[in-house]
Design a protein around this ligand. Sequence first.
Ligand code: DAH
Length: 459
Amino acid sequence: MLKLITFPRVSLASQLRGIKIISRYYSIARNSKVYPEEISLDGKTYKTDEWTNVPPYILELTQRRLHHDNNHPIGILRELIEKNFKGMGYTFYNDFTPGVTTFQNFDVLGFPQDHPGRSKSDTYYLNKDNLLRTHTSAHEHECFQTCETPGYVISADVYRKDEIDRTHYPAFHQMEGARIWTKSDKLEEIIAHDIEQIPKTNIIVEDPFRENCFNEGNPKQDYMTDNEVYLVSVHLKKTIEYLVNQVFEAARKSAKLAGSTEPYLNEPLKIRWVEAYFPWTAPSWEIEVWWKGEWLECCGCGIVRQQVLLNSGLGEEKLGWAFGIGLDRIAMLLFGIPDIRLFWTLDERFGKQFSSGNINTFAPYSKYPGIKRDISFWLPKDVTLHNNEVMDIVRTHAGDLTESVENIDNFVHPKTGKRSQTYRLNYQSMDRNLTNSEINVLHNNVEQDLKKLFDVEIR
Ligand code: DAH
């Protein structure tokens, strides 16, 4: 609460807009978390069930809407890309809220029932039929139905259960693009003309699949001719190359302005295309960008499967492409931000460094000291405990004060056969000093939950 009052750039109201948080959102019964009967999110109410697994600290993130903040690196990057796509026939959608159905996120895109992305260990479910979108592709169905321009660009926050470290966070941002044409006698001429309209770049392109754009392993769809696939794929790839060029040229400019003289800043930008697989596109590719001596995967794409278009009520004469690009890692490069968690800080020493339309290099500020606590316990005979489970409990109580959770010791008692584990918990705030007494309370809650959930015996 303190940090919200001290740093009012994101008001409490805007943080909590649209979600009803029950004070102790879930209680812990022996061996299972008990959720409230209902979760309200963005004006909708979801009845919880055995699929519900979204903790309160994740629900809170859904209200931050960083991509809307023009003074935040994520919002500045979104604006930069949109600015470069203005007037090219795309509608921009930035207001989709993150609660979607499993139909939107998976079924309509052709995800098989046993796809790992559907599992509770990968995805945050509100209940069996509703979840926090794991990608912006969840809105393709809706946009194909409603979009009145040839193409669209969606920006949004997405959620995946993930470990937390310097480059991973369970909430991040994606931008989805798509473009549709209608079959006619003139189709090939029209696409060729549209390709000409894409601004040229000086990028060095490595693409073994430019001419021969499909093969047995990465097949084309029967309803398209070879030349249609070729033309649509060239339009798609040139569009993404243009996007990547604009963004990385901006990154280069910003690094030079900040005084960097590293040699890579004077080399032409280099990208390569590799083959990929996505359930809703065929053929599919990924673009990788050569940046500071490594290949960065940055964007998946492909030619949309006809079934997806038909599912959205489009006719058999429609064809087109789609792509999805992650914004956070690119924003980290663009702004020189060393840790993805900084995007979520409310510290004004972060926020005041960025302003609409400007790409500047982040100036690090000193970290507040953290507080370290070890916790050791005996496990009951048949219980195994994973780092993620401990992480989940710690984050439930400490939220973003959780810096890291590490399993530092395991052993089996030679006489009793009992197993012992030790975890090291580092608590740290990005925006203030922590007090021992507040950490005592949180840490005690963690211990209590470990006892209740896993029956451990604290040593
Ligand atoms: N949704 C994909 C992901 O999150 C990215 C993506 C790949 C989007 C291919 C697309 C696409 O629209 O055609 O990894």
